[in-house]
Design a protein around this ligand. Structure first.
Ligand SMILES: [Ca+2]
Length: 168
């Protein structure tokens, strides 16, 4: 093989390699574009799903029910019932996971019973109470708390204290 022939082969190789590299770059760009589009679609799906799960009118607490949530804004573990009263939450657990007792752990309430609900600080409707007409997104603040004799307590938090309730 002459030197000229060798140079010819070498040039061909270089040209071919560059071409392949360019093709690979194009393919990588295309697959990245597809992945990005999938990522955007996924993010859009999640953006739609999040407010739906926090919606107070969600099927998790349909009409006739009262729902107690471990966390504020109707999130976290939840306990749903149609009972007219529960005298002690200590024997009730949340659905579906994690936290055992409903007692002294409630932070928000959805009341779809059509009645006023009166959750109390102690078991057997004792120790003071609040009156819940519809829903309370955050028991940590803004609550009118009553003493057992009906006088106002002055506290604005009724978070993590509820042990019983009745519908009025
Ligand atoms: Ca309590």
């Amino acid at each position: 093989m002459t030197l000229v022939e060798r140079m010819g082969i070498s040039l061909q190789k270089t040209h071919r390699t560059k071409h392949v590299v360019r093709l690979e770059k194009q393919m990588r760009f295309k697959s990245m574009t597809i992945l990005s589009a999938a990522g955007i679609a996924l993010a859009a799906g999640l953006a739609v799903a999040t407010p739906a799960s926090a919606d107070p009118s969600s099927p998790s607490c349909e009409g006739g029910s009262i729902c107690f949530y471990h966390d504020t804004n109707y999130t976290g573990a939840w306990f749903k019932t149609t009972s007219a009263r529960i005298d002690s939450f200590s024997s009730y657990t949340y659905f579906p996971y994690g936290v055992d007792s409903v007692n002294d752990t409630v932070s928000s309430i959805i009341n779809n019973t059509g009645h006023w609900a009166v959750p109390s600080r102690n078991a057997n409707q004792g120790g003071g109470y609040i009156i819940v007409n519809n829903s309370v997104p955050n028991l940590k603040t803004g609550q009118i708390v009553y003493n057992q004799d009906g006088s106002k307590n002055g506290s604005t938090s009724f978070n993590d204290v509820i042990s019983s309730y009745y519908l009025y």
